[in-house]
Design a protein around this ligand. Structure first.
Ligand code: ZN
Length: 261
């Protein structure tokens, strides 16, 4: 990812996803907003006890970069599942309930999701001019939300997985993600060769490699071009919100993926 600054905003873009004016995207850092600690400062979520006034001020800054406000992007009410919704400009300004994947091939649709340790999944089909944005924590990785997004794009848009360009955004890394039996058992049941996803890292308990699990899901679905972010959200609480590192007292940083008119 490359780092950008615009006014007070600080955000990142993947080098493999185009910035050609027809498809635009950004992963926002937590910097440049108006919220006080522990939501400092660019918190986009009202699922945490920040104020509506401040969250809306933050959203205006973020979506303003795309020429939008909070009422003209598609939001998703995330539930750690594998359901994928096909959306259109008619969904801009709405909250799509109980979906962790959004896909569209309709110009003018702006997809948005917020994160604090779970992995943002970006998918782009340059042939069919279609995009997808997803949310995969350990539950989504074990249940294969990334694969479900690929299959939805194949079914809905005729995408060939081999032509898709994928990116996995900043999320908690195996360095910081010690896990218990529930996660260990689920990873062992879901993945071939699970040991590589559960490194011991010198500690008493295994750690889960969430970005690698999502990369494996995308590769198993046939995607070849996959870029991973270098950032662990728990290591870099100066840049990102981390539910684990900040013991739940934190905000959510934004991602936006837009198919421009
Ligand atoms: Zn870390």
């Amino acid at each position: 990812m490359k780092s950008f600054e615009h006014d007070d905003l600080h955000y990142f873009r993947f080098e493999t996803l185009p910035g050609n004016g027809t498809v635009t995207h950004a992963v926002f850092s937590r910097r440049g907003g108006v919220s006080p600690a522990p939501f400092d400062s660019l918190n986009l979520s009202m699922s945490v006890p920040d104020t509506r006034e401040r969250v809306y001020a933050n959203r205006r800054r973020v979506y303003g970069l795309f020429g939008r406000d909070t009422d003209t992007v598609v939001h998703a009410h995330l539930v750690h599942g594998t359901a994928v919704a096909r959306v259109s400009p008619a969904d801009n300004g709405t909250w799509v309930e109980h979906f962790d994947g959004l896909i569209t091939n309709q110009p003018g649709t702006v997809l948005s999701m917020n994160f604090a340790d779970c992995a943002p999944i970006f998918l782009y089909d340059p042939r069919h001019h279609a995009i997808g944005l997803g949310h995969a924590g350990w539950r989504g990785a074990v249940a294969d939300l990334p694969g479900a997004m690929v299959r939805a794009m194949v079914e809905q848009f005729g995408s060939d997985p081999a032509n898709l360009v994928a990116a996995v955004g900043p999320c908690i890394g195996s360095c910081c993600y010690e896990v218990g039996d529930e996660v260990i058992d689920a990873v062992r049941a879901a993945f071939a060769e699970p040991d590589g996803l559960l490194p011991q890292n010198g500690g008493p308990q295994p750690h889960f490699d969430l970005p690698e699990a999502n990369r494996r899901n995308l590769a198993a679905a046939g995607v070849r071009a996959i870029e991973l972010s270098d950032y662990c959200t728990a290591c870099r609480t100066d840049l990102f919100f981390s539910h684990r590192a900040e013991k739940g007292r934190t905000g959510r940083f934004g991602t936006v993926f837009a198919l421009e008119m």
